[in-house]
Design a protein around this ligand. Structure first.
Ligand SMILES: Cc1cc2nc3c(=O)[nH]c(=O)nc-3n(C[C@H](O)[C@H](O)[C@H](O)COP(=O)(O)O)c2cc1C
Ligand SMILES: Nc1ncnc2c1ncn2[C@@H]1O[C@H](COP(=O)(O)OP(=O)(O)O)[C@@H](O)[C@H]1O
Length: 317
């Protein structure tokens, strides 16, 4: 898959310099099943008419430009750009266009957006979900798009993808994760929600407690569950390791830790893994994080957490 980052609009004249493409449009955070339907529809259309399959997405998240409270901060995502790219690549897409979402882009009228991006990219057919919107104030939608195509491309609207009588959406998946409902999030995503990061050194207290924990620093800003203890899967060097994970502020040892940390104790494992890149998949919340009166009380609880995790994974003692 060829990835192209578009930091500014293109000229109409670019159209003929590019191969014809069927373009799926969307932000696609999470690349969930609803998104897959849109991208697969584009691919099937491309195969039928003998064009390439393209996806046009945006970065950063529109909220970082449009919502005051997110101005200048990283908006937490289900799939930050590198993961989004991987997931889209896996859908056999030929070209990914990543359009920089900034104030200039946000102020383009719907027609300007079509003229500066969709037409110059040589879209011959555009596919998007029923609720996709584009252009200033999101005034452009799948009803206005055909008239703005200037006869250069066809359009297909993909209908709402539902599960349990409700639309599958990034927002719905975020809400599940926020509430610690990781199994529900997994059912909607058709895979566990995950973060990718590096194993770094911590306070070296874990080993003393009898629970070495790999401290994982995410490479991007992810949607994360509430502070608590979780069953997780740690994917490292292509292998999966069941683990029990504490995510939070470690109130037993730290009075006011500003940022929560992710630390995973891999079950039946004893190796140095500092510096490893891992993917941590959130599977199930066991309990909220608590402040204990003593290290001994915490250790007793950690033993219980470990037993619960082994039970979850079906591992015999
Ligand atoms: C299964 C498990 C459960 C934990 N639960 C809590 C908790 O409820 N409260 C807390 O303050 N710390 C909790 N911790 C975090 C420990 O305090 C932490 O692992 C320890 O301070 C080691 O930190 P280090 O890796 O930086 O050395 C938990 C850790 C694990 C592995
Ligand atoms: N079962 C295990 N789970 C996680 N890390 C382990 C395990 N066994 C050994 N390790 C190693 O020990 C480190 C964690 O030990 P710990 O005392 O908690 O130190 P730190 O505070 O630096 O994380 C991990 O980063 C890893 O290199």
């Amino acid at each position: 898959m060829q990835v192209e980052y578009l930091r500014a609009g293109l000229a109409m004249g670019d159209r003929e310099k590019r191969p014809p493409v069927v373009l799926a449009l969307g932000y696609f955070d999470g690349v969930h099943e609803g998104h897959e339907k849109v991208i697969e529809t584009a691919r099937e259309t491309a195969e039928t008419i003998g064009a390439e399959t393209g996806v046009l997405t945006f970065n950063p998240h529109p909220r970082t430009v449009l919502a005051k409270e997110y101005e200048g901060v990283d908006y937490p995502e289900l799939t930050p750009l590198p993961e989004k790219e991987d997931r889209i690549r896996a859908l056999a897409v030929d070209r990914l266009y990543v359009v920089t979402f900034d104030k200039t882009l946000a102020s383009l009228s719907p027609q300007q957006f079509v003229d500066q991006y969709i037409i110059p990219l040589h879209a011959v057919h555009v596919v998007a979900g029923f609720d996709f919107s584009y252009g200033q104030y999101g005034k452009g939608n799948m009803e206005t798009l055909p008239a703005q195509a200037r006869g250069r491309f066809e359009t297909t609207v993909v209908t709402k993808w539902e599960q349990g009588g409700e639309k599958v959406s990034s927002t719905r998946i975020r809400q599940c994760i926020d509430a610690g409902e990781l199994e529900e999030a997994r059912a909607l995503l058709k895979r566990p929600h995950a973060v990718r990061g590096e194993v770094v050194e911590g306070d070296k207290r874990g080993r003393e407690l009898g629970f070495p924990t790999a401290n994982i620093v995410p490479g991007h800003t992810y949607v994360v569950p509430p502070a608590g203890v979780y069953c997780v899967n740690v994917r490292m060097d292509g292998r999966d390791y069941p683990a029990v994970c504490n995510f939070g502020y470690r109130p037993t040892f730290h009075d006011q830790q500003p940022e929560p940390v992710i630390e995973a104790h891999l079950l039946a494992f004893n190796e140095n893994i500092y510096g490893k890149q891992v993917e941590l998949q959130w599977l199930k919340m066991l309990r909220p994080e608590e402040k204990y009166d003593s290290a001994a009380a915490l250790i007793a609880q950690m033993e219980e957490d470990k037993r619960d995790a082994m039970h979850y994974f079906g591992i015999e003692r």
